[in-house]
Design a protein around this ligand. Sequence first.
Ligand code: PLP
Length: 376
Amino acid sequence: MKSLSEKVSGIPPSATIEISNAAKKMAAEGVDVVSLSIGEPDFDTPTHIKDACIEALRRGETHYAPSTGIPALTGAIAEKITRENGFSARQGEVIVTCGAKDAIYEAMEAVLNPGDEVIVLDPSWVSYEPCARLSGARARHHALSPATFQVDDTLLEAVGTRTKMIVVNSPSNPSGAVLNGDSIRLIADICRDHDLFALSDEIYEKLVYGKEHVSLASLPGMAERTITVNGFSKAYAMTGWRVGYAVAPRPIVRQMEKVQQHTISHPTTFAMFGALAALRGSQDCVESMRREFERRRDYFVPALRDLGYATAPADGAFYAYVMVEGDDMAIARSWLREAHVAVTPGTAFGTPGWLRLSYATSMESLREAVGRIARI
Ligand code: PLP
């Protein structure tokens, strides 16, 4: 066999896989594992969304759709952005994708050239660097201060002559931090001063606790250089539906559309009707899930602090990011082996010495986890 793609071979497997595979194996053998490594809401998709999808399926919405998505949905997304996110979007500036992840991949393919650099703020979600590398670009990692997880002017040191894009993720997976106004302004200033694109991953925008989510594209001069990525997975408990979207200047959307046309064509037609119902229907379901996550956070994060662990701010998303002394991979392995608690090592997010504990699980499981961690 001839050698396989160097580009793909060069991408390391995710550091999360070893622990999550081991946890799954133990669970399959009958061990009572408390899994805090989950990155998805534990709620069912709200009924009105499922019903809209089923109706669409029955109606015969089972054929190809326009490659940027069904017009009713691109229109509803443009309206949602204009209404909620502080900048105005037209329908032609929207593309519906197979989840936010696909939007990130397509955006990088659409904008980057081999040799370009993308600044990634660590701790960072696991797929930004691989997506950059698949497009031939390189990631340059910039560590956020572990005291605040906000951006300061040291970010400027990461900007070089090859820098083309900054990836921003607020609220953050894994830290749970929500970037404040100063951080967002600083990023915007740097993007404008150095003519950079920004990819703003706002997938957790609805999951904030006492903080305000600010869209990067709402700052002056930013809509014209920002690709805003969002989706339905986290806010509406729709991870398996694979519907997300990007809002960007028309030339970028046109490029993304070409990538989409030659790869996935578009997300599943009837799934898009479910997503449309999610946006058009009552938003009470979003708020009630948010409140439940907040209730769990209010128990879990202080309980971890009471056990002596320093944690990141936990102002958004559904993760507690916990500092540990020593090798986080080894610690995650030993928590699984000795306490049967599965967590994700910070190494997976570019920050060794931390563990990510998801609280997208029942209160009962969280209480059990705290008891087990206390006994370690
Ligand atoms: N961005 C972040 C920060 C995420 O945590 C995730 C999922 O875990 C995604 C994007 C991908 O979301 P989707 O399910 O819409 O592809």
